[in-house]
Design a protein around this ligand. Structure first.
Ligand SMILES: Nc1nc2c(ncn2[C@@H]2O[C@H](COP(=O)(O)OP(=O)(O)OP(=O)(O)O)[C@@H](O)[C@H]2O)c(=O)[nH]1
Ligand SMILES: [Mg+2]
Length: 364
């Protein structure tokens, strides 16, 4: 899938930069450089390595209260400034070649003043100028952050889900290490987020792609995402032996049914591992509306039989009839990777807790 990336606020800009770095270091082309980075704090732009200068958009610098130094968590002020400067913010969309894209990802930290306040305004604006699905990649804060961060996250989550076509969440709380400061872990956390997002949404965008047996179509991914609501990603990988000599390849090609069955069992086990892995947003998997499985690895392992078994298992496990699967063959790979997207999950303890904490903060 081809998608434009629009980062908003510190977390959003850093994540877009991280994803772009991965793209530039790979043989994939998914954003093709169609990126924008919006922030009210100009110091963030200095920390970006991959997003080019002409894509840095400073928001609200002419407003006295902001002046290019950020909102300090003030979500209302950020939203008001974004509404006022709407036309200027929209003009930047012209830099994106949206005709070449399948979707747009707006990326933001939901607890931030800028991410949570300016982010939804940008999502809304994009939906009004483009027919493309506008997806959100959002980061939830940790419990240890102050009350206003929680309140921002609870409020902005509601706006993002209302205006965006689907919101994929990553929960810092379940991924960060309490023993060290959160900000020191941003890079590691962002690496995980980028890896998981790209394993699903950039599959099939390899320039030297082989013909896949069960090709993952962009329309399949979009169909899964069509549910709206909140979504989460799982991932698992394992090392495999990839036959590289001609003899080994021929043997793999003409192998008997027994080996095929072994592969099918392996694939099913790995899909199970991915589905039961720590999700970007922990949830009750059976509350998902639709699911997608992406298998990436040596072509001989992307067997149809394995796929069907894995798909059936997931169908039973999540109690949903809409489970799609696709593969991404990587001829020289010596690992097998499985990614799972659970779309529109509705039993999410972290979101319930966030809402309760927000009510407590508001009333205290
Ligand atoms: N995973 C991850 N989380 C981040 C990162 N930066 C910030 N966060 C989280 O996102 C929340 C919002 O932080 P920022 O994105 O810096 O805030 P902002 O959108 O710039 O908003 P203001 O600075 O308040 O105007 C924080 O409370 C953290 O929980 C990051 O790089 N990675
Ligand atoms: Mg900031």
């Amino acid at each position: 899938m081809k998608f434009a990336l629009v980062g908003v606020g510190g977390a959003g800009c850093r994540l877009v930069d991280q994803i772009l770095q991965v793209e530039q270091g790979s043989d994939r082309s998914f954003s093709g450089g169609n990126v924008l980075a919006y922030d009210t704090d100009k110091s963030v732009f200095e920390t970006l390595d991959a997003v080019p200068l002409d894509r840095h958009v400073l928001v609200g610098d002419t407003h006295e209260a902001l002046g290019g130094t950020g909102t300090d968590g003030d979500i209302d002020q950020a939203a008001a400034v974004a509404q006022e400067d709407r036309d200027e913010l929209h003009r930047e969309f012209d830099k994106l070649d949206l005709h070449e894209m399948d979707a747009v990802f707006v990326v933001a930290g939901l607890g931030g003043g800028t991410g949570g306040g300016v982010g939804p305004v940008i999502v809304e604006a994009l939906t009004s100028v483009s027919e493309l699905p506008i997806y959100v990649l959002g980061v939830l804060p940790t419990k240890a952050e102050n009350g206003s961060v929680t309140l921002n996250a609870a409020r902005s989550l509601q706006s993002f889900v209302t205006h965006g076509d689907n919101t994929i969440l990553f929960d810092n709380e379940s991924w960060y290490d309490e023993e060290s400061p959160l900000a020191e872990q941003y890079w590691t956390l962002n690496e995980t987020i980028a890896q998981r997002l790209l394993a699903v949404f950039a599959a099939g965008e390899r320039q030297s792609a082989d013909i896949a047996e069960n090709r993952l179509d962009t329309s399949d991914v979009m169909r899964i995402m069509e549910t709206g609501g909140v979504s989460t990603l799982g991932y698992a990988e394992t090392d495999v032996h990839n036959p590289t000599t001609l003899f080994q390849r021929l043997r793999a090609l003409f192998r008997n049914g027994e080996e095929d069955t072994t592969d099918a069992i392996r694939i099913k086990a790995l899909v199970k591992e991915a589905a039961e892995s720590e999700l970007t947003l922990p949830c009750d998997r059976s509350s998902t509306e639709r699911a997608l499985v992406v298998l990436s690895g040596p072509p001989h392992l992307c067997s149809r039989k394995g796929f069907e078994k894995a798909r059936q298992w997931l169908e039973e496990e999540t109690d949903t009839v809409v489970v799609l699967a696709g593969d991404e063959p990587r001829p020289t790979a010596d690992d097998l990777r499985v990614s799972v997207l659970f779309s529109n999950v509705t039993t999410v303890p972290r979101i319930e807790a966030l809402k309760e904490d927000a009510v407590l903060t508001e009333t205290s």
